[in-house]
Each structure stands twice: as C-alpha cells, then as structure tokens.
Design a protein around this ligand. Sequence first.
Ligand code: GUN
Length: 307
Amino acid sequence: MIKIAKLIDGTKISQDIKNEVKEEVKKIKQSTGKVPGLSVILVGENPASKVYVGSKQRGCEEVGIKSESIKMEDTVSTEDVLKEIDRLNNNPEIHGILVQLPLPEQVDKDRVLQAILPEKDVDGFHPVNMGKLVSQQECLAPATPSGIIEMLKREKINLKGMNAVMVGHSEIVGKPTSLLLLNEWATVTICHIETADLKMHTVNADLLIVATGVPYLIKGDMVKEGAVVIDVGINRITKDKASPGLLEWRKEDFEKKGATLIGDVDFLAVEPKASHISPVPGGVGPMTIAMLLSNTLKAAKNLMGIK
Ligand code: GUN
C-alpha cells in the first residue's frame, strides 16, 4: 500500500491566523480609534522584492492594518535610508518598520537594520530582538521561523525531544528557526554548505526543515520513514530544466507560464516517506506574511500599551 503524507496546508493555516489578526485589529480600532501601521522600505528594482512587498501590502489590507511602501532609488546612500528610518521611528502612527532585503551593495545593511527601533522591528532582525530570542525573552521573532513553528503547533506536532535537522544557516531562516526549535525542547542539528555528509544527518531527522535555495537538494533516500518535512525553498524552474515527473505534475504551469515554483525537497520522491510535508507553493510562504501581520499587531499593542 502506498502511504500518503499529510500535506500541511500553509494557505489554510495562514488564513486562520489572518482572521484572528483581523478580529483583534477591529477591536483595537473600536476601543482606541487607532489602527496598527506598517511601513515597508523598498530600495531599488529587485523583481522578487517587489512581488514580496506587494504580497505584504495586500496582507495588511486584508486584515485592516494601515500600510505604506516607501520606494527608494537603488543609488541611495546608507545615510538616506537611515534618515527615512529615523522619521518612521518617530512617527507614532507607524508601529512596524520593515526594510526589504537584499539592499544594494553601497547600503550598509547592518547599520540600517540596527537603526530600526527594536519595538518596531517586525522582521525581528535587530540584534536586540535576536539576543532576546537567544535568552528566551519576549521579543519580535523573525516571521518565517515563527511561521514554521506556528504551522507545526497547529498541526499538533509535539516538538519536545524530536531530532530536528535544520538544513541552511541563514540569519533570516536557519539560525532563528534553530533557536525557536531549541526553545521548544527539540534536539537541533544545523547543517550548512560546508556540512561534510548531509545525508548522514538528514536520515536521522524526525523533523527536517530545509531552507537553502537549492532545488532537489533533499532526495527520497535522505529522509527517514515517518519524518515531518518542512520545505522553505522557493525555486523557479523553467520547462527546459524540469524533470519528466515535474513536467507531468505541473503541466498546467508550464503550458500557461513556462515555469513552475518548487522547493528544495524532491517532493515526488520524499512525500511517500514523510508523515507530514509542506508543499511549495502553499506551505511556508503564506505563513511568513501571516506572521508579519501578527508581529505588526503585537508591536502596535505593545506601543499602544494594550495587553
Ligand atoms: N528578503 C527575503 N526574505 C525577507 C524577509 O523575511 N524580510 C525582509 N525584510 N526581507 C526579506
């Protein structure tokens, strides 16, 4: 008998979270007359960044959060961006500030991220928030990692004592996700580009989370029977690069758009072994937006003094 893994439906879970945020935003508006406000700074013309910022703004609209996007030329200096952040830090109607990454080379990313008031840092990238995450203090935690934990919790997966393997060690996903898993008492292994034998680690994973940007990195023989698999990758695959299986599976995408989106996990090979698996698209992606909205609500409540 072929066993089918339970698909973790990030679209459905994120919709539940957005409905909860929307309810709270409505209550805040009724009691204070104010609404949470998010400012997104977008520097340059990176097409992927434009798409992400558009999704974030649509998310805000959906739940009643006021949002503005501040577009800056890709020739701006660090000082120009810092001035904008200073203005937003001092604007009482703005509760969340997000600088879309990546930034152009001439802009000092670390100075920019550190200039955001930690209380308004809805991306959770400020060293103060990162430090609080390490020491398990109340903080704004990065959206994608929070989304992963939230989707696992809502699927009733008990993380305590699990062998969790995080493949990818980025500041945005791998490192903070590992900390959040540790805070839930999982036993965490972090693998990265210099890991000598990736498979040796992944075959022992009860929970395997992959965020590398390498399509097909995780093959069927690298996954333990019954593992929970979370795929954070988003890779655009054109028709000429697709495997025969993918060509058949995503036939409609290839016919309509000439390309499809896949993660870092060879889904067709891994899905029969996993107990749960998050798809791409429709897995972690929508959770990121939902958790950004949830963080903006949290920042607004803290700044307004609402419990
Ligand atoms: N670029 C890719 N992911 C992210 C994210 O989560 N936040 C920001 N600000 N930029 C990104």
